[in-house]
Write a protein that binds this ligand. Structure first.
Ligand code: AP5
Length: 193
C-alpha cells in the first residue's frame, strides 16, 4: 500500500492534481473539504456545525475531521493506497492519521507539498469563486482568512513529516501538466525503490 499526502495552501492545486493522480495510480481520494461539503449538502448535524467554521475560513475542529477520516478508512478496506487531500491540517490530525494507518499496518509514503505565492493563491480563488458556488471563495476577506489559518495552524504539518524525512516541495506554479509531471517523478522514484 502506498499512501500520499498532497499538501499545500488553499488554491495551491491539491484538488486539480488529485484528480490526475488518482486516475494514474488508482489511489482512493480522501478530501476532507469534499467530505465536509457533502455533509453540508445533506444538511447533517455534522455539516451544519462544519459550515459555521468553513464560511469564516476557519478550520473545523480536529475531532470532527479525524472521525470522518477514520470512517472513510474503514469503509475502503480494499484500497491499494490513499491520497489525502486537505488532511492532515494540524499536528493533532497528523498524529491521529499516523495511528490510524498503523492500525492498518501501513504508513504515509510521501508528503508532496505544493508551493505557490500568496498573490497567486488569492488570484486563483477569486477567479474560481465566480463560477464554483463555494461560499468560502466569494470574498477576499474569507480567502485571506483561510490562508492565515494555513500559515498559523497547518504549516506545522510539513515540519512534523519533515522530521520523518517524508516531505518533498514541488513548485506549484506553471501549467497543470508541468506540475503533474513533477509530482509523478517524485512518486515513481519512490515506487521503484
Ligand atoms: P478544502 O476543500 O480542503 O479547501 P482548500 O484547502 O482551501 O483548498 P481548495 O480546494 O480551495 O484549493 P486546492 O488546493 O484544492 O486547489 P484547486 O485544485 O481547487 O477546505 C475547505 C474548508 O474545509 C477549510 O477552509 C476548512 O474550513 C475545512 N477543512 C477541510 N479540511 C479540513 C481539515 N483537515 N481540518 C479542519 N478543517 C478542514 O485549485 C484552485 C483553483 O486554481 C481552481 O480554480 C483551479 O482550476 C486553479 N488552478 C489549479 N492549478 C492551477 C495552475 N497550475 N495554474 C493556474 N490555475 C490553477
Amino acid at each position: 500500500m502506498f499512501n500520499i499526502i498532497l499538501f499545500g495552501p488553499p488554491g495551491s492545486g491539491k484538488g486539480t492534481q488529485s484528480e490526475k493522480l488518482i486516475a494514474t495510480y488508482g489511489l482512493k481520494h480522501l478530501s476532507t473539504g469534499d467530505l465536509l461539503r457533502s455533509e453540508i449538502a445533506a444538511q447533517t448535524p455534522l455539516g451544519l456545525e462544519a459550515k459555521s467554521f468553513m464560511d469564516k475560513g476557519q478550520l473545523v475542529p480536529d475531532e470532527v475531521v479525524i472521525g470522518m477520516i477514520s470512517s472513510a478508512l474503514d469503509q475502503n478496506p480494499q484500497a491499494k493506497g490513499f491520497l489525502f487531500d486537505g488532511f492532515p491540517r494540524t499536528e493533532a490530525q497528523s498524529i491521529a492519521l499516523d495511528k490510524l494507518l498503523k492500525l492498518k499496518q501501513t504508513e504515509i509514503g510521501v508528503v508532496l507539498a505544493l508551493d505557490v505565492s500568496e498573490e497567486e493563491l488569492v488570484k486563483r480563488l477569486l477567479n474560481r469563486g465566480k463560477t464554483s458556488g463555494r461560499s468560502d471563495d466569494t470574498n477576499e476577506t474569507v480567502i485571506r482568512a483561510r490562508i492565515t489559518e494555513y500559515q498559523q495552524k497547518t504549516t506545522v504539518v510539513a515540519n512534523y513529516y519533515a522530521g520523518f524525512d517524508k516531505v518533498v516541495h514541488i513548485k506549484g506554479e506553471g501549467t497543470v501538466d508541468e506540475i503533474f509531471a513533477s509530482l509523478r517523478s517524485e512518486i515513481d522514484q519512490r515506487l521503484s525503490l
